[in-house]
Write a protein that binds this ligand. Sequence first.
Ligand SMILES: Cc1cc2nc3c(=O)[nH]c(=O)nc-3n(C[C@H](O)[C@H](O)[C@H](O)COP(=O)(O)OP(=O)(O)OC[C@H]3O[C@@H](n4cnc5c(N)ncnc54)[C@H](O)[C@@H]3O)c2cc1C
Length: 294
Amino acid sequence: MNVEANVLLSRFTTIGTGGPAAAFARPETVEELQEALVFAGERGLPVAVVGLGSNVLVADDGFAGLVLKLAGDLANVGVRQELLVAGGGAANAVALHRARAAGLGGFEFACAIPGTAGGGVRMNAGAYGGDWAGIIERALIVDADGARWLVRDELGLHYRRSGLRPGEVVAEVEFRLTPRPAEEIKRLVADLQAQRKAAQPTNKRTYGSVFKNPDHELTAGRMLESCSLRGYRIGGAQISPRHANFIENADGARSDDAVALMAEARRRAWDQYGVELEHEVVFLGDLELPPLVT
Ligand SMILES: Cc1cc2nc3c(=O)[nH]c(=O)nc-3n(C[C@H](O)[C@H](O)[C@H](O)COP(=O)(O)OP(=O)(O)OC[C@H]3O[C@@H](n4cnc5c(N)ncnc54)[C@H](O)[C@@H]3O)c2cc1C
């Protein structure tokens, strides 16, 4: 397997920011994946996976480790009776297409989530009342020591998080779906996509929700909106004028601009509501939010 040096990660993130990965590989099989993990272990390199990069913010000076992008068999999708079987690197859009062609429903909510099957496990991705935890049967988890199947309850899935540890990679996911006519799936997806388009900046470069919804009557978006943050800009990054829990790459943004916006948003939510917002986006590399002055 080919390991490349200094691959620019801005190419692999939906926000389009981020510096280089010290090492980068595209394993295509479980064996190659394990080989890559052993390679990193022997050199003491931290490992990260990028799916479609739709919920990561990579430091401008990059990631001093090995970044993996699953490809080949590890990005395939198939159907076995009522199971949708997706490689960890398979795009949700492709998986949804296969499910619809096979007349299997239950994955429609994922039409709003521009990621992969594996990234969805890591984040317990969800939308419109559905999430990965609701449909996963089991997932194949690979680390430097080998591969093992974990059933849903062993994956530690909670609101936008899982129990996966660094260095554990989701190589394959089985989703249990239910028979549903393709036409019905199509209608449902069109309806969800229209709802999404009406509420969020779907035609901008973002990394999805910046913060998790707090335990509060207001969502993170509504809270930040009431802190007058819509349209607020630092450098090339801007809080979306449409939805205050999104940061857009307005013009040549750097990750540092996005972090500065996040710090300001957290400060205002704290000052105005006494709420400590927790970021949903995953940081890769040397990135940190300043502590709140309490
Ligand atoms: C416009 C937009 C709308 C969005 N809407 C939603 C939404 O409605 N609901 C929602 O939940 N999310 C949403 N997101 C966020 C994002 O799409 C999800 O979190 C998605 O599941 C991330 O998948 P990914 O493959 O892109 O992962 P990445 O963003 O590439 O990575 C996210 C995390 O998962 C890890 N990871 C990725 N692949 C694997 C793997 N195979 N094994 C182990 N770890 C892995 C990464 O290392 C990282 O820690 C949205 C994002 C955008 C840009």
